[in-house]
Design a protein around this ligand. Structure first.
Ligand SMILES: Nc1ncnc2c1ncn2[C@@H]1O[C@H](COP(=O)(O)OP(=O)(O)OP(=O)(O)O)[C@@H](O)[C@H]1O
Length: 572
């Protein structure tokens, strides 16, 4: 199984064993010891029957003492085994999930824009539960049952060769049936994983969009969407469970009844002819259970383990997709500024969203990007954030072509104040610092400049923001995003309609605060065409259907009386 795994998937398997080999070794050693315990139990039953036949009371007393000691010893072995297994399995899972999250957090920014986060939720919840059951727990059970099968056969062989031959012959058909059916199990397990992924995606959307659903009175439709996803995943689980039961029933009926009756009858005949004792027949009948069980479960367990290995592979593939780009580092002085030269861009081979865009943005400069809705403003900011590589022309950042710049270095350069603000269900302070260490004075200063001064003075940095920032107003949420960007002090600040949720006065104050900043180059997308603010930009770029149709200072553009002047007239 290991050889078919990719190198990336093997990394995840290695995460199970990191600093966990001692737990594994103890668990395996005690699993191995548990096998003779089961076989000795069968042997004891046979001995007791034979002693009854001889009527030797003192031998029976010895056996009773031995039985007591044996039960205590096997209990100790079992408890030790379970404890070591628990220690191994749950450490392995914690390490596996940590590695998965570490790899996901290293992905490029475009990964989270383009991929379905529902699939990651499923990979880290449902699939982890399948890996726990199918890969880790069943791994031990496979060892146990394989040894039990081998040990039972060896013991049978030692007790009676002809009776062992009968048992093996009667096991052949059910083994073949069980192996053949086990293959289908893997398919069904994978189908359940894919169904879980779709279910989690749908549920996440319905819960995240709950307010929209309510506002639209679309509860009935939401229930229908949920019901469809729910029914699909449960139907897939039903198919999987049915197959599991079918394998069990076929193996148990074919193997269990046929084997036990067959061996019992053949053993009785050998006992009548004096070849074996009655005790030996009883031991055989009991050992048949240890043949039936492994034949019943081993193909299933091996199939589940293969299916679970497939889930590890799936996670490895998902984590590798859209990996953050490693490339050239760019100095924070941003020598040469940001230069776009005849840039064009289209989403997924569609119509061009940007065409022939050429801009020069100097370090420390103030630039505004204006244009009607859908003219490509956000797309342009997204390109500068490294969100898409498929542009034509050239974008040079500090002298380096953007698509060759290291993703981490680009993040250090670019701060984004976005339209949509994500807030953690945590304190105001942690939401501003994003859990990183900053001097408190710097945090307070950023809050004050972002217009959060009053809130912080009244409620403090420890104020709980609530889920998604539910305890803050829309404007306060946006100010948190502005405070974050101010605190990071990146050389470039990209601002996408950051003041849209603020009232006119606060919006002007916040936009003014961004313009007042010393140091960063600012590119501000704005629909607010306030003359007092627009007059403060070094240059305004006017986008129309993806093209820069006008550029200049506010005074120049208004004097020209073109498209920009028209936009100002409409908005004003
Ligand atoms: N991820 C995407 N995939 C496909 N098309 C997209 C995507 N994002 C935006 N578009 C399309 O690209 C065009 C430009 O969108 P963009 O968001 O850049 O415009 P905008 O000027 O920022 O608009 P607004 O002012 O309304 O925010 C639109 O036609 C939009 O539908």
């Amino acid at each position: 199984m290991k050889s078919t795994m990719s190198a990336a998937a093997r990394d995840y398997v290695r995460a199970f064993y990191r600093d966990n080999r001692l737990n594994l070794a103890v668990a395996l050693a005690l699993t191995v010891l548990d096998v003779p315990a089961a076989l000795i139990g069968s042997w004891l039953l046979g001995r007791i029957i034979d002693v009854i036949g001889t009527g030797d009371a003192s031998e029976l007393a010895h056996l009773a003492v031995f039985c007591g000691a044996f039960l205590l010893a096997s209990l100790a072995v079992s408890l030790g085994m379970y404890r070591a297994k628990c220690a191994f399995i749950y450490r392995a899972l914690a390490q596996y999930k940590s590695l998965a999250f570490e790899r996901l957090s290293e992905k490029g920014v475009r990964a989270f824009a383009r991929e379905n986060t529902g699939s990651y939720l499923s990979l880290l919840t449902n699939d982890v539960a399948s890996i726990e059951e199918g890969y880790l727990k069943r791994g031990f059970l496979i060892v146990y049952h394989a040894l039990l099968l081998a040990g039972s056969l060896a013991m049978m062989f030692a007790l009676s060769v002809p009776l062992t031959a009968v048992a093996v012959a009667l096991s052949a058909a059910p083994i073949a049936a069980s192996v053949a059916m086990g293959r289908e199990m893997g398919e069904r397990e994978r189908a359940v994983s894919a169904g879980n992924e779709r279910f989690v995606s749908r549920l996440r959307d319905l819960l995240a969009g709950f307010s929209v659903v309510k506002a639209f009175r679309a509860e009935g439709e939401a229930r229908w969407l949920f019901a469809a996803a729910n029914a699909e995943v449960e139907a897939l689980k039903r198919r999987r469970y049915w197959w599991e039961c079918l394998i069990g029933a076929v193996s148990e009926n074919l193997c269990g009844s046929l084997l036990q009756f067959g061996v019992f009858l053949a053993g009785a005949w050998l006992a009548v002819t004096g070849e074996v004792t009655a005790g030996t027949v009883l031991v055989f009948v009991n050992l048949c259970n240890y043949l039936v069980m492994p034949i019943n479960v081993l193909p299933q367990f091996l199939a589940s383990r293969r299916a679970a290995a497939g889930l590890i592979e799936k996670l490895a593939e998902a984590a590798e997709k859209n990996e953050a780009r490693r490339g050239e580092g760019v100095g924070r002085d941003l020598a040469g500024g940001v230069v776009l030269d005849h840039v064009g861009f289209a989403y997924d081979g569609g119509e061009p969203v940007l065409s022939d865009v050429s801009l020069e943005l100097a370090p420390g400069g103030r630039y505004a990007l204006v244009g009607a809705s859908g003219s490509g403003k956000s797309t342009l900011l997204n390109l500068l954030m490294g969100g898409e590589d498929g542009y034509t022309g050239s974008i040079r950042v500090g002298g380096h072509e953007l698509r060759c710049v290291d993703a981490g270095s680009l993040c250090d350069l670019m701060g984004l104040i976005d339209q949509q603000v994500f807030l953690f269900d945590d304190t105001l302070g942690n939401n501003v610092t994003m859990f990183r260490d900053f001097p408190e004075a710097a945090v307070l200063d950023a809050c004050r400049r972002a217009g959060l001064g009053e809130l912080v003075a009244e409620k403090g940095l420890g104020y709980a923001c609530g889920e998604g920032g539910a305890n803050l107003s829309g404007g306060e949420r946006q100010r948190v995003s502005i405070a974050r960007a101010l605190l990071r002090k990146t050389p470039v600040l990209l601002v996408d309609e950051a003041t849209s949720a603020l009232d006119a006065r606060t919006a002007s104050e916040v936009a003014g605060a961004i313009l007042d900043l010393e140091g960063p180059m600012r590119l501000v997308v704005t629909h607010r065409l306030e003359p007092a603010l627009l007059a403060r930009y070094d240059e305004i770029f006017v986008l129309r259907e993806g093209r820069v149709v006008e550029r200049g200072t506010y005074a120049e553009l208004t004097a020209a009386g073109g498209y920009f002047a028209g936009l100002c007239a409409v908005v004003g």
